[in-house]
Design a protein. Structure first.
Length: 355
C-alpha cells in the first residue's frame, strides 16, 4: 500500500473507489486493485484519531471498572461494502464511503450494565470532550429489532495541536456490558461458519429468532428492556430458546467450531505487541495471527491492506486488524475470531437448565 496524504484523497476519489468495488463485475482487475488501494488508505488515515479515542476510553473505563476491556479496529472492506449496499425501507442505497461513521471504532466491554451506564453518563453524556459528538444511539434502552444492545457514540475529531490535518474524521465509540458482548460475538461466530449475515439482519430465520430470544433472556438478566416481539414471560421465553437450540444444534455446532480451530501465530516469545492481524479461514478452520508493536503501525496497516486484497470477494475468509494491550485482552475482545464461545454457551446452559 502506497501511503497517501489526506490532501491527496479527494472525497470524490474515495467515494468513486467504493462504487467500483461494489460494482466490481463491471470493472477491470487493475481498476479494482487501484480502488482497494484508495479505500485502504482512507481507512489507514483514521488510525491516529482512533488511537486517541481508544487511549482515553481505556483510561476512564479502568477508573470505574478494573476489569474493563478496551480495543480498537478499522472496519473491514467486506463490512464496508455490505453497509454501502444496504437498503433501508426498500429504498436504493445512498450512503457514501466518506459519510460512513464507523470506519474507525473503539470499544469497551464493562463487567456489567450498571458500570457501562456509569461510564457513559460520567464521561460521555456529562463529559468534557473537545471533539464534537455528531450522533448517539442507545441500543440498551432501545435495543435493535435483531437483539443487538450497546451504546454507540460518533465523534468528529478536532485538534489544534499539530494534528489538525485529521480534523473532521469520524470515530465510533461503543460501550457494552459483558453479556451484550458475549451475544454480539456469538452472532459473528455463527456468521463466519454458516456464511450468513445475521449481524446485518440477513440470514436464516431460525438463527435470527434464536438470537432475538437469547438477547431478551440476557436483557432479563440485566433488568433492561427486552426485544420487541419476544415473550415477556420468563418460562415461555426460556422454553422457546430450548426449542430453537434443539432445532439448530447450537451447542453441538459451537463446540465443534471451538475444538476444530487451528491457531497459527508469529509472536511467540515476542514482547510489547499491540497490533494484531487476524486472518480466519473457515474452510481449513485455521486462524493465523501476526503481531506488531506500536512502532510498527505502518507495517501492520500495510499487512492488513495486502491481506484484504488477497481475500477480496472470497466469503470463506475474514481478516481484521485490531489492537489490544496483550493477547489475553485480544482473545476476550474478539472471541469470535478464536471461535471461543465457552462463556456464551455457559449462559445458554443456565437458560436451558431452568425449565
Amino acid at each position: 500500500m502506497t501511503q497517501l496524504n489526506i490532501k491527496e484523497l479527494s472525497k470524490s476519489k474515495i467515494n468513486n473507489s467504493a462504487v467500483i468495488l461494489y460494482n466490481d463485475k463491471n470493472h477491470l482487475e487493475e481498476e479494482i486493485n487501484a480502488a482497494l488501494e484508495i479505500v485502504s488508505n482512507w481507512k489507514a488515515i483514521h488510525s491516529y484519531p482512533m488511537s486517541i479515542f481508544k487511549n482515553r476510553l481505556k483510561r476512564i473505563s479502568e477508573k470505574i471498572d478494573k476489569k474493563a476491556l478496551s480495543a480498537q479496529r478499522l472496519k473491514r472492506v467486506s463490512s464496508i461494502l455490505k453497509k454501502l449496499k444496504r437498503k433501508y425501507h426498500n429504498n436504493k442505497p445512498t450512503m457514501k464511503l466518506t459519510q460512513m461513521q464507523d470506519i474507525a471504532g473503539c470499544r469497551v466491554v464493562m463487567s456489567n450494565i450498571t458500570l457501562a451506564r456509569e461510564l457513559y453518563t460520567k464521561y460521555y453524556h456529562n463529559g468534557d470532550l473537545k471533539h464534537k459528538k455528531v450522533n448517539e444511539k442507545d441500543y440498551i434502552s432501545n435495543p435493535k429489532s435483531d437483539g443487538y444492545r450497546s451504546i454507540h457514540l460518533i465523534y468528529k475529531y478536532i485538534s489544534d495541536k499539530g494534528k489538525d490535518k485529521y480534523n473532521g474524521l469520524l470515530v465510533e465509540v461503543q460501550i457494552r456490558s459483558k453479556l451484550q458482548h458475549l451475544w454480539a460475538t456469538a452472532v459473528e461466530t455463527v456468521d463466519f461458519f454458516t456464511r450468513q449475515a445475521i449481524k446485518s439482519n440477513q440470514g436464516e430465520e431460525n438463527w435470527k429468532i434464536f438470537f432475538k430470544l437469547i438477547s431478551s433472556a440476557f436483557a432479563k438478566f440485566e433488568k433492561s428492556p427486552i426485544i420487541y416481539g419476544t415473550p415477556e414471560n420468563e418460562k415461555e421465553l426460556y422454553l422457546q430458546i430450548k426449542q430453537k437450540e434443539k432445532e439448530l444444534q447450537v451447542i453441538k455446532k459451537m463446540k465443534h467450531w471451538t475444538e476444530s480451530i487451528k491457531l497459527f501465530d508469529n509472536f511467540k516469545n515476542k514482547k510489547n505487541m499491540y497490533f494484531y492481524l487476524l486472518e480466519l479461514d473457515t474452510v481449513l478452520e485455521r486462524l493465523n495471527i501476526s503481531a506488531f508493536t506500536k512502532k510498527q503501525e505502518k507495517e501492520a496497516l500495510l499487512a492488513y491492506s495486502q491481506a484484504e486484497k488477497k481475500i477480496y470477494n472470497r466469503n470463506e475468509y475474514d481478516v481484521v486488524l485490531v489492537s489490544a494491550d496483550n493477547i489475553h485482552d485480544l482473545k476476550k475482545a474478539y472471541p469470535n475470531y478464536f471461535l471461543d464461545t465457552k462463556e456464551f454457551l455457559g449462559k445458554l446452559q443456565i437458560i436451558l437448565n431452568k425449565y
